[in-house]
Ligand binder design. Structure first.
Ligand SMILES: Nc1ncnc2c1ncn2[C@@H]1O[C@H](COP(=O)(O)OP(=O)(O)OP(=O)(O)O)[C@@H](O)[C@H]1O
Length: 229
């Protein structure tokens, strides 16, 4: 589903590349944690999958396509197949919960009938039934992140990318968000999540890829946060 072949990404003005010759393959339906200290290259990895950047060297494949070679007009179609969740939720503050989720469908040109059916269904899936008409600032952080997950999942993407989705949440609330991501993964969506949350990684025992200074230090199935080897 995602394949990196000797991928290097150097930002202009930085002597050391943010990613350095990373080769890795993530299969359809996998759940993968990306770990590593701040600045190790996790966000850069995720942004390459979204083609927010092109690699300086090497190749990135998503769903069999080398995405560096996609023409610009095909990039939106790629991104429609990838849901994203971030630490800071990124909801539209002037839209209700339901409108935030519906918006993700409208921009992809889905029919009103689909929106009417799938928005309530997805809000129920994330445990927000009854909150459809609230504004984001009337919700707790955990609830806002549930809206973000609903928005990421409403189009049933093949990949869900989560960059520190529990970074602003307390441990109990974080567990709730992880249960949701796990459930989405069980429905067949490939999940790649960058995190500093050792407790969650240790609890879930999924594949762990560790980066250090842009290099892949560890790739461990059913891994833990801190182990080496
Ligand atoms: N847009 C950018 N322009 C220039 N340098 C960048 C940019 N984004 C990241 N970097 C640099 O690339 C390196 C890797 O950063 P990246 O954000 O990928 O790390 P990270 O592992 O996600 O860190 P964190 O855990 O703090 O989010 C860092 O040295 C960072 O300063």
């Amino acid at each position: 589903m995602i394949r990196f072949e000797k991928v290097t990404k150097a930002y202009p003005g930085h002597a050391q590349p943010a990613l350095d010759q990373v080769s890795v393959e993530i299969e359809k339906g996998e759940f993968v944690f990306l770990v590593g200290s701040s600045g190790s290259g996790k966000s850069t990895f995720l942004r390459l999958v979204l083609r927010e950047y092109r690699p300086t060297a090497g190749r990135v494949y998503v769903a069999g396509k080398e995405i560096n070679r996609l023409s610009n007009w095909k990039v939106p179609a790629l991104r429609r197949q990838i849901g994203t969740v971030f630490q800071d939720f990124r909801l539209l503050p002037n839209k209700t919960v339901a409108e935030n989720v519906a918006f993700a469908m409208q921009v992809t040109g889905r029919s009103r009938a689909d929106v009417r059916k799938l928005v309530p269904e997805t809000l129920e899936l994330v445990g927000l039934e009854g909150k459809a008409d609230r504004m984001p600032d009337e919700l707790s952080g955990g609830e806002q992140q549930r809206v973000a997950v609903a928005r990421a999942y409403v189009n049933r993407p093949m990949i869900l990318i989560a960059d520190e989705p529990t970074g602003n949440l307390d441990p109990t609330t974080s567990v709730g968000i992880m249960k949701l991501l796990d459930r989405i993964n069980r429905e067949g969506t490939t999940v790649v999540m960058a995190t500093h949350d050792a407790g969650i990684v240790d609890q879930m025992r999924k594949r762990v890829i560790e980066l250090e200074h842009g290099r892949m230090l560890r790739d461990q199935s059913q891994g833990v946060y801190g182990a080496r080897g």
